[in-house]
Design a protein around this ligand. Sequence first.
Ligand code: LMR
Length: 344
Amino acid sequence: MKKINVLLGMLLLSVSAVSLADPVIMKFSHVVAPDTPKGKAAEKFKQMVEERSKGAMKVEVYPNSQLYKDREELEALQLGAVQLLAPSMAKFGPLGAREFELFDLPFMFPNKETLYRAMDGAIGKRLFTKLETKGITGLAYWDNGFKQMSANKPMHKVADFNGLKMRIQSSKVLDAQMKALGAMPQVMAFSEVYTALQQGVVDGTENPMSNMYTQKMHEVQKHLTLSDHGYLGYAVITNKKFWDGLTEEQRKLIAQAMKEATVYERSIAQQENDDSLAKVRAAKTTEIYTLSDAERAEWMKALVPVHKEFESVIGKENIQEVYDIAAQVAKETAAAAKKKPAKK
Ligand code: LMR
């Protein structure tokens, strides 16, 4: 009897030890506002992980560079101080993963379909493999659409950029892009852009509309050119040691939640940009200009040579692969249009 009681006691102790075990905590740090596609998807991911793990896993989301700025957050992830980040792909260069700058090449992606095929296909996989050697595991690619240009003077022709100080992310491709336009690029953390624009430290910047609006950049920028000249997307990443230390079951749960958060994130990105543009229009702080076909052709003439300039850094084969995907998408789109019965 005594033996049974002891056994029962041990069993109870071990059950309570399991249920009282500390939850796995994942700190998810990012630099944008909570009401952006990235901010909303981070919250959605948190909800799913916490609900499905019944509290055994917790995700703490820190938006708006609350914990770390751009560069610091990558260092923090490598050191294990945070477990999840979603930096833009323009920020992987300083880590020694310059191939990510493929996504910064101006006028590289003619549409979202080409982008998704590149991210979700062989190119995206190769880039994630490259990160493993840096102690980082890639989980997903998130979208934030195409970038627009803003400044305190109109930007219609390439010559309008002459001498403009333009804030960029830490990407050599973006540096070359601004120089090709005749501007002076300046690398700066995202959290510092609003003040730098306000104080005239820089004259202008580039970003998709949801970032511009949620950071109130339009309040300190008189002109906006809708150019869609480049792309902004994110790689959602975790610390490899942390990831490898989880159980198979935990990894599965996280991967599934990430998959669903990614579908959600991509489904809202365009709408968030459209809504933000409408809000900037309504604010009447900024003159909004859309490039004409001739002006776009002039920008392209100045900017597309940047692709060739970066072949050796990004990989000629990576660039060619995107051209091939774009050609295939164009072919399929034309075939689908042909199939559709003409409207009477
Ligand atoms: C920027 O730094 O301009 C943005 O890419 C920030 C972000 O994560 O969207």
